[in-house]
Design a protein around this ligand. Structure first.
Ligand SMILES: Cc1cc2nc3c(=O)[nH]c(=O)nc-3n(C[C@H](O)[C@H](O)[C@H](O)COP(=O)(O)O)c2cc1C
Length: 172
């Protein structure tokens, strides 16, 4: 199955997952801007990876617009965020980004990323710092723990998280 892996990444986590998937399925890895200049008609499957931004997935609308025309292609989305895979609110949060129809046509996955303040843009860093300060003011243990975690850089990414994506791509 000829596979394109298209991603958008600010600090490198989503890119790393794209490269791991490409290695595993011998696919072609490219950014959204590279994909825009390419003819994607020869691909049997398109994987889109975007990082989570305030409950949304970056550039997902771009992918969904394209995907609507790809009736014969396998369509996969993976989102990369700061939360671990065990987060109970994850599935519901992802689901909100898709209509019922899109949810049946696109296979959706989550891969834990992390936080990298060193590579973040100034705007992103300011937004994260504001979010952390807001969380730190809350009383609940959960929010206090989140503020503690998000206050510094960390890396949750591991190659094993691509296994369900690879399985989906290899399935008939
Ligand atoms: C402004 C901002 C908003 C974010 N919002 C979310 C979010 O809603 N959910 C989440 O899990 N992660 C969120 N993140 C964390 C990023 O998704 C995470 O750092 C991700 O690994 C970045 O991927 P990248 O390295 O490919 O850019 C946010 C990060 C920033 C800077």
């Amino acid at each position: 199955m000829k596979t394109a892996i298209i991603y958008v990444s600010q600090t490198g986590f989503t890119k790393r997952y794209a490269e791991w998937i490409a290695e595993e399925v011998q696919g072609d890895c490219m950014t959204v801007s590279e994909a825009e200049k390419k003819d994607l008609s020869g691909y049997d499957a398109v994987v889109f990876g975007g990082w989570c931004f305030a409950g949304t997935i970056k550039k997902l609308d771009w992918f969904k617009k394209k995907a609507a025309q790809w009736t014969n292609k396998k369509k996969v989305v993976y989102a990369v965020g700061a939360s671990p895979l065990e987060n109970p609110e994850l599935e519901e949060g992802l689901r909100k980004n898709f209509t019922d129809e899109e949810w049946t046509q696109i296979s959706v996955f989550y891969c834990p990323g992390g936080i990298c303040y060193e590579k973040m843009s100034g705007v992103s860093r300011t937004m994260m710092r504001m979010f952390v300060r807001m969380l730190a003011k809350k009383k609940s243990e959960k929010e206090q723990a989140m503020a503690e975690m998000l206050g510094k850089s960390y890396d949750l990414s591991e190659r094993k998280y691509i296994a369900p994506i690879v399985e989906c791509l290899k399935a008939e």
